[in-house]
Structure formats: structure tokens, C-alpha cells
Design a protein around this ligand. Structure first.
Ligand SMILES: Nc1ncnc2c1ncn2[C@@H]1O[C@H](COP(=O)(O)OP(=O)(O)OP(=O)(O)O)[C@@H](O)[C@H]1O
Length: 577
């Protein structure tokens, strides 16, 4: 041990001064090193060689140099090289950014050789990954060249979202298989069998179509089932819809097949629907193929009698006695039937299949919209109307009807009826100022547009019931009717809810509903929906009377206060929302 000391002390001077300078961590290591060295020394003199190697190891030397530098650096106070170094560095950074941003990083392609044949076409390779969705494109065969072309790209579909396929692109290969000479069905088969990535080789169309059309919304006045239409270019791409559905037309580039979405389903990709032009053509073909038939009405329009208002706290005009039994026995005059039809009571076979619509929200200063209730006889149209008016007679009101019968002693002109001559009544009919009219016991009865306007002009909501044939006559910009269909519930519910209800008959005898009455009501409701469903803004099933009345009140409020789809012709463009 005695010999060790001078040896250790013989360690170069720089090492002996290290321990305090390195701090506790490094001095600890050095201490351990010396202890180890001691052990080696007591056993084997060659341990000194080990120490020598250790102290000369490059990593320890490097570590010590780093330490020296840091120490030196710590003691120096840093000053910028120049006074405006920060500005300079900022400018340098921006200049570097500008240089990079302005540089064209596109690869420089060699010029095309001059000897390319004229017929050579540029190709585009398109890879689409097929998932659960359809590809969203249809194909067709060019009549002259036989080429397979992309007929249309469906909006919102896979192909459209890729931005790589356009209508008019010529298909050359699918997954390496040439489509030359193939029928579209064979190509579709290849596509249907493909899984995962599908590679198309196409010759791009010279000018891809640009869809600059504005978005149009329409109400479907017909129903359409692609599955039943053999003429649709691609059945799977078809969009089925029902009467009254509001459709967003997204593409009208094709004269025969438009692309549309239902507003209830705007997140999905569009589907094919027949264009207005195509449907009109089909309607015309169908119309000419039919043997001539005089116009058949769903049910004849007979104005249903007079008000029976005794025992009420206030007077409600325009309520009628049910003429169900009378109607069954009635024979309508030829002239009247023809007039009803002329006034728009029957749907023309050539009626527009789509009606352009816009969102309309009534301004508080606007007149209220007319509320029209429609429903099969006995369903409760009058009961609901009565209950609604009773809720707030100052707010809801009926229109005072016209009649050609003479005034009774206790009646007041303009309260129960407007009493007019037959000539005056007929002139109102001929000038289309009657919304609905009919004959009862030799007298004419009807509700005029002006009578409705009188209620609306007073700032009230006019509530009237109409035969469905009258809806089209009422659908004008001035009345902006909101049509509510009162629908019977199913037979078993009706039997229960109408157990104690009585229908008012022509014989002043209230009769209980028989099963056949309920069945007739259900059948008629179905026919009404089929024929006139496109005009219904709202449907209420009248099962529980209280519930139905609450629903009616809420629907009437929504009609007046919330935005609704109405025919575009009712609204000038500056009030569209
Ligand atoms: N939800 C209901 N539950 C029970 N009874 C009802 C319900 N709705 C209506 N009624 C009753 O059914 C009968 C027929 O109703 P209402 O007279 O309103 O029918 P309507 O549709 O106006 O038919 P019509 O035009 O033939 O008179 C009335 O006695 C009425 O109180």
C-alpha cells in the first residue's frame, strides 16, 4: 500500500485536479476507478497497465475535452456577431423560404419525339379501391366506334371522389384485360368479379364536362321504382322515390337521366332518375296507348249541406252535415262534373312529373297560409277543425261559404252564408274564384277564394276542409295552402276508438260506424294517398282525438312559423332561403 501512494500520486497533474472540478458524479467515478486500481495493484502489478489504458482511452479523453469546452463557454458572455444579427437571420430565413417556394419542383420531362403517330392517344391509369360501395360510374358502348365509354360519373360516388374518371373517358383495359370488342355487360361482369384495387386504363375525354348548373329542388309528383323500369341505364344506380318526396337535382347534363338525392338523405351519393323530358315522353306514350275514357273521379264533389250550429257559444261558419249516404245515391249533373274537372279537380295524365320547390318561411308581416284539411268522409276532419277553432276562435277561423238558397229568418248574410243568385254563383265558378262547390237539394254551395282572403286579410288563420280534387285549385301564390291529410288508423284501432262515435247523416239521424263504414274509410284514404299524396304537406293519423288535435295545432304553427318547401312559383327569388 505504501508503494501505491507515490504511484497514484504519480498520476499526471491534470487528473489529480479533476475530482473537485468534475463535481460529485465524476469524482465518484474516479474514486471507484482508483479503488479498483488498488485492488489490481495488490494482486497483480499489471493492473497499472490497465489504469494506463483506461486513462488513455479515447472516449475518456473526448469526454474531458467536451467538459473543458463547456466550462470555457460557460464563463464567456455571449454577444451577437453584429448589432443587427437577428434581423439578418430573419431575412435569410425568409429569403430561403422564397427561393424554395418559387422553385418549380416538377420533374423536367424530355421533349416528345417528333415522330409520334397522329393516332397515338395519351392514356391515364386509374386505380380505385373497391369497398362496399359501388364504383359510382356507368358505362356505355359508342354506337359508331363500338368503344366502351364512361357514360356518367355518379355524384358523391367513388369514381367522382377520386377525380380521375370523367364521363366520356374511353375504357381501354380493366385489370389488365382489354375491353376491346366487349359488350358493356361483359365489362360490368369483370368489374363485379373484381375485388380490392381495380386498375382502369383510359383514354381521357378531351374536354371533361363541367357541371355549372345550379342546384334545383323538386317535389316528385309521381313515384318511381328503378327496379320496375327496364329502360334505366343502370338499375343499381337508380334512386327510388315516392310522391311528395323532395329531391335535390345535382346533375341535368343528360337529357334523359338526371342525378338526384333525397333531401332526407343528402349524405349519400346521388342516384339516377328519369328527366322531366323523359317522363313526359313516357306519359304521352302511355296516354295515347289508353282507350278513351271519360274522366273518372275518385269521388264526386258534392258540397256537403249546411251548418248545424245550435247550442254553440260562438258561431262557426262553413260546417257541413256529412253527406255520405246522400253521396252514394247522388247523380251529378254533366255540367258540374265537367266544371270540377276544368277547375283542376282531376289530375291530367300529362301533369308535370316534378314541381320545382324552394324553402319558404312566412315573414311575420305576411298573411297566414291557408290550412287545408283533407280526409275520407267520417275520419274526423270536421271534428278536428272544430276543436282547433274552439282553441282560439280569434286566431283560427273558417271561410263563410256561398249559397244560392234563400236566407232563413234567423240567418244573417255574410255570417252563415253569402246568399247569391245562381248567375252570380256561376260567374264565380267560371272565373275560377270557387275553391270547391257542389249542389245539394237543387241549390249550389261553395267556398270562394275571396271568402278565404277575407279571413286572411284580418290576420287570422283560415282553416278549411276540401275534397282532394280541390287542392290543385287552392294551390296558388295568394293562398299558399298547407295541406294536412287526416288519415284513419288501422281497422282494429278504429273499431276501438270509434266505438261510441256517430256519423251525422242526411237523415238527421246519427248512426254508429259499421265495420263497412270503417273499411270504406280506410279504402278511400288509401286511394286519396295514392292519387293526391304529392300534395300533402303533413299527415296526421286520427286515432286518439286529443293526440290528433295536439298534432294538428303543432302542424299549423309550424306551417306558419317554420320554413317549408313550396312551389318556386309562389316565391320570388329574393325571398328564397
Ligand atoms: N279520433 C276520434 N275518436 C273518436 N271519435 C272520433 C274521432 N275523430 C272523429 N270522431 C267522431 O267521428 C264522427 C265523424 O267525425 P267528423 O264528422 O269530423 O268526420 P268528417 O271527416 O268530417 O266526415 P264527414 O265529412 O262525413 O262529416 C264524429 O262523431 C266525431 O266526433
Amino acid at each position: 500500500m505504501t508503494e501505491l501512494k507515490p504511484r497514484v500520486q504519480g498520476i499526471p497533474g491534470w487528473l489529480s485536479g479533476l475530482a473537485p472540478a468534475f463535481g460529485p458524479g465524476l469524482s465518484q467515478i474516479l474514486r471507484l476507478v482508483l479503488q479498483e486500481l488498488n485492488l489490481f495493484y495488490s494482486r497483480d502489478v499489471n493492473g497499472v497497465c490497465l489504469l494506463y489504458d483506461l486513462l488513455h482511452s479515447p472516449w475518456l479523453q473526448a469526454l474531458l475535452k467536451v467538459y473543458d469546452c463547456l466550462q470555457e463557454f460557460k464563463e464567456k458572455k455571449l454577444v451577437p456577431a453584429t448589432t443587427h444579427a437577428q434581423t439578418l437571420s430573419c431575412e435569410a430565413l425568409l429569403s430561403a423560404h422564397d427561393t424554395v417556394a418559387q422553385k418549380d419542383f416538377e420533374p423536367l420531362l424530355p421533349p416528345l419525339p417528333d415522330n409520334i403517330p397522329e393516332s397515338e392517344e395519351a392514356m391515364r391509369i386509374v386505380c380505385l379501391v373497391k369497398n362496399q360501395q359501388p364504383l359510382g360510374a356507368t358505362i356505355k358502348r359508342h354506337e359508331m366506334t363500338g368503344d366502351i365509354l364512361v357514360a356518367r360519373v355518379i355524384h358523391g360516388g367513388l369514381a367522382e371522389r377520386s377525380g380521375l374518371l370523367y364521363a366520356g373517358d374511353k375504357l381501354v383495359e380493366v385489370n389488365g384485360v382489354s375491353v376491346e370488342g366487349l359488350e358493356p355487360e361483359q365489362v360490368i361482369h369483370i368489374l363485379a368479379m373484381s375485388r380490392g384495387t381495380i386498375m382502369f386504363k383510359v383514354v381521357p375525354v378531351s374536354a371533361p364536362p363541367v357541371n355549372s348548373q345550379k342546384m334545383v329542388y323538386v317535389r316528385a309528383m309521381i313515384e318511381y321504382w328503378p327496379q320496375e323500369d327496364p329502360t334505366i341505364p343502370c338499375m343499381d344506380a337508380g334512386l327510388p322515390f315516392q310522391k311528395g318526396d323532395i329531391l335535390q337535382i345535382v346533375d341535368q347534363n343528360d337529357a334523359l337521366w338526371w342525378q338526384a338525392r333525397k333531401i332526407s338523405d343528402l349524405g349519400t351519393c346521388a342516384g339516377l332518375i328519369p328527366s322531366n323530358h323523359l317522363l313526359k315522353r313516357k306519359q304521352r306514350e302511355f296516354w295515347w296507348s289508353q282507350p278513351y275514357q271519360p274522366h273518372a273521379h275518385l269521388k264526386p264533389t258534392i258540397y256537403k249541406g249546411e251548418f248545424v250550429g245550435s247550442g254553440q257559444k260562438f258561431f262557426i261558419a262553413g260546417f257541413r252535415r256529412s253527406m255520405r249516404l246522400c253521396r252514394r245515391k247522388s247523380h251529378l249533373g254533366q255540367l258540374r262534373a265537367a266544371e270540377v274537372c276544368k277547375a283542376g279537380g282531376c289530375l291530367s295524365a300529362l301533369a308535370a312529373p316534378y314541381e320545382e320547390v324552394v324553402r319558404y318561411q312566412r315573414c311575420p308581416s305576411d298573411k297566414h297560409r291557408l290550412i287545408v284539411l283533407v280526409g275520407p268522409s267520417g275520419v274526423g276532419v270536421n271534428e278536428l277543425r272544430r276543436q282547433l277553432i274552439e282553441l282560439n276562435p280569434n286566431h283560427f277561423q273558417s271561410a263563410v261559404p256561398h249559397t244560392t238558397r234563400s236566407k232563413k229568418s234567423y240567418e244573417m248574410d255574410g255570417r252563415e252564408y253569402h246568399y247569391v243568385s245562381k248567375e252570380t254563383f256561376e260567374s264565380l265558378v267560371y272565373s275560377h274564384r270557387m275553391l270547391e262547390y257542389g249542389e245539394y237539394k237543387g241549390h249550389l254551395y261553395g267556398t270562394s277564394v275571396d271568402a278565404v282572403q277575407t279571413v286572411l286579410d284580418e290576420g287570422k288563420i283560415c282553416v278549411m276542409d276540401l275534397e282532394p280534387q280541390g287542392i290543385q285549385v287552392a294551390r296558388t301564390q295568394e293562398l299558399k295552402p298547407y295541406v294536412i291529410f287526416i288519415k284513419p288508423s288501422n281497422m282494429s284501432c278504429m273499431k276501438q276508438s270509434r266505438k261510441n262515435a256517430k256519423m251525422i247523416t242526411d237523415y238527421f239521424v246519427d248512426m254508429k260506424f259499421k265495420d263497412e263504414d270503417l273499411q270504406e274509410m280506410e279504402d278511400l284514404a288509401q286511394k286519396m294517398e295514392t292519387q293526391f299524396g304529392q300534395f300533402f304537406d303533413h299527415v296526421i293519423v286520427n286515432d286518439n282525438l286529443q293526440d290528433a288535435c295536439a298534432q294538428l295545432l303543432s302542424a299549423v304553427q309550424k306551417a306558419q312559423e317554420e320554413p317549408q318547401w313550396v312551389p318556386a312559383t309562389w316565391v320570388s327569388s329574393d325571398t328564397e332561403s
